[in-house]
Write a protein that binds this ligand. Structure first.
Ligand code: NAD
Length: 424
């Protein structure tokens, strides 16, 4: 457990001091950070993860501070290229602190594999025949992954659905698999492939697709937090946040951006820990459709005391084993920083980060607008893309903020002026 997730002046520290501060609150050695140095994962390591590799692509890796989850202080590792995301999560976590931080929970980590059966003459009867023999099918699936069964996972159920498509009625067999600390895609795909012949024979048809569904709606994680009225800025801010939320709940155009804000937090933790961002994102898209309409993934209300309460429930299929989680050194370091011991713990941290990010974005939108906070980093970005040195960048950023002119041509002209020794 982190001694505290509040680290004074963390944002203003140089990188090596930040490393020491994180190591101190975790009670660990600063050596942990050798895993996140640029030479810890080279092209040869990368070639074990992907194909046609000629290099590696680095991203900022940081921690969000101020988080308390279920009464315990934690540091939340986040990898993102987007300015303001980590600061916003930390700020929202600070606003949740007076009321106890984030409360989280989750279902068992159940993923589903689908087997599509085609050319079935009697789909209804085939469904019943498959259900009659489910114990045999489940045993066969479990035989594929003794390790998973040994750690308490394995197939927990079997369902058969009939899906009316344009030209046929497909029989879909779902294996419901508790994947424990894995994300589980490979594990359930292997099972689906292994049982497909038997299932097709029972159905008297042919098996075609055998793959997991990313609509991981049996693997949900939930977060809830009460955001302090005074720290938020008072009743009017809360009322405006509620208007912003209600628009997202009612309007898909707004909901897409509202949910993108949630995913800023979610994907950053998923990526930092070496997990599959696309799998979590696909699960989020499918979960955001309620009664056929795309809507907000989160909810916001005012509680009886007039504070703002936010909730977020969504599929978070992430693991501590498999994929890049154990192979990528930065992911290993991030998991150590997160101090999670099960995939469910990690999923709950991810969903708390999503809720924090969501609240932070709503608060800014409902008050000053997003551009102000972005300006100084945006100015830094512009200066960097013009090739400014650190010293030149400081001068350029100050000048752009002063002039409120965040344009590349202006950066270029200030840079030219600095380099020619002139002033204007
Ligand atoms: P995996 O197969 O590498 O690891 C899971 C295996 O680890 C289990 O099958 C089990 O045998 C073993 N294991 C050991 N200890 C365990 C524990 N405590 N809990 C659970 N299992 C334990 O990986 P995976 O999680 O099955 O698959 C994840 C990978 O699949 C990711 O890289 C993902 O990108 C990829 N993938 C995703 C999709 C998709 O989302 N559509 C499709 C294909 C592959």
């Amino acid at each position: 457990m982190a001694e505290t997730s509040r680290i004074a002046d963390f944002r203003n520290m140089p990188v090596d001091e930040r490393r020491t501060a994180v190591a101190d609150v975790l009670g660990t050695d600063v050596d942990l950070f050798s895993q996140v140095n640029s030479d810890s994962f080279g092209p040869d390591d990368a070639a074990n993860l992907s194909e046609n590799v000629f290099g590696v692509f680095s991203l900022p890796l940081g921690v969000a501070t101020n988080f308390t989850i279920n009464g315990t202080d934690v540091l939340v590792p986040m990898a993102t290229e987007e300015a303001s995301v980590i600061a916003a999560a930390s700020n929202a976590a600070r606003i949740a602190r007076p009321q106890g931080g984030f409360s989280t929970s989750s279902t068992e980590p159940v993923m589903q594999a689908q087997i599509q059966l085609i050319n079935v003459a009697d789909p209804h009867a085939a469904r019943t025949r498959i259900l009659e023999r489910q114990a045999e099918i489940i045993d066969l699936a479990n035989d594929q992954d003794p390790k998973l069964v040994e750690v308490g996972g394995g197939v927990k159920g079997l369902e058969v659905r009939l899906v009316e498509a344009r030209t046929a009625t497909y029989v879909l067999v779902h294996l419901l698999v508790d994947v424990r600390d894995a994300m589980g895609a490979n594990a359930v795909n292997t099972m689906a492939e292994a049982v497909s012949g038997t299932v097709a024979a029972i159905a008297e048809g042919d098996a075609l697709l055998r793959i997991l569904t990313n609509k991981a709606d049996r693997r949900l994680s939930r977060a809830r937090a009460v955001f302090d009225r005074d720290l938020l800025g008072g009743d009017e801010v809360i009322d405006n946040i509620l208007h912003a939320y209600e628009l997202a709940a009612a309007d898909p155009y707004r909901a897409a951006t509202h949910n993108k804000g949630i995913m800023n937090g979610i994907s950053a933790v998923v990526l930092a820990t070496g997990n599959d961002t696309r799998a979590v994102e696909a699960g989020a898209h499918s979960h955001a459709v309620v009664d056929g309409r795309y809507s907000s993934l989160s909810t916001f209300e005012k509680n009886a005391d007039g504070d703002l309460v936010g909730t977020l429930e969504m599929p978070i299929p992430v693991g501590l084993v498999g994929g890049a989680t154990r192979v990528h050194p930065a992911a290993r370091a991030a998991l150590q920083i997160a101090e999670v011991s099960t995939a469910q713990d990690l999923a709950e941290m991810v969903v708390a980060a999503g809720l924090a990010q969501n609240l932070a974005a709503l608060r800014v939108l409902a008050t000053e607008g997003v551009q102000r906070g972005h300006m100084s980093l945006h100015a830094k970005n512009l200066a960097a893309s013009a090739g400014a040195t650190a010293e030149e960048t400081t001068i350029i950023v100050n000048r752009l903020i002063e002039e409120k002119a965040f344009r590349f041509d202006r950066v270029q002209s200030i840079l030219d002026e600095l380099r020619s020794g002139g002033s204007q």
